[in-house]
Write a protein that binds this ligand. Structure first.
Ligand code: SF4
Length: 89
């Protein structure tokens, strides 16, 4: 059985973007997608809106259980997720 992961699909999509001379918002700026707390990460979430691999990025986060930083336009940091669920963030 051949299983393709969201990570493999994302890696392929990013390679294709590079080959096309294109880019994506967090390219080369990964640290900003993880640091700065809820307010800064909420700003970073907006930068993902136009990303052509946004859906795949979110699928990777789901697949890998990512609980830190912004993935697919959503801050997955566990603390922030809890605050959002309570309507605090
Ligand atoms: S959707 Fe994912 S790959 Fe695209 S800018 Fe946001 S974090 Fe980066």
């Amino acid at each position: 059985m051949f299983v393709v992961s969201a990570r493999a699909d994302l890696d392929t999509a990013l390679i294709e973007l590079v080959e096309q001379g294109s880019t994506w918002p967090c390219a080369g700026e990964g640290e900003r997608w993880y640091e700065g707390g809820p307010v800064k990460l909420a700003e970073v979430e907006k930068e993902c809106v136009g990303c052509s691999v946004r859906e795949l990025c979110g699928l990777v986060a789901d697949e890998e259980g990512q609980r830190f930083g912004v993935w697919g336009g959503t801050d997955r940091t566990a603390e922030h997720v809890r605050l959002r669920a309570r309507g605090v963030a």
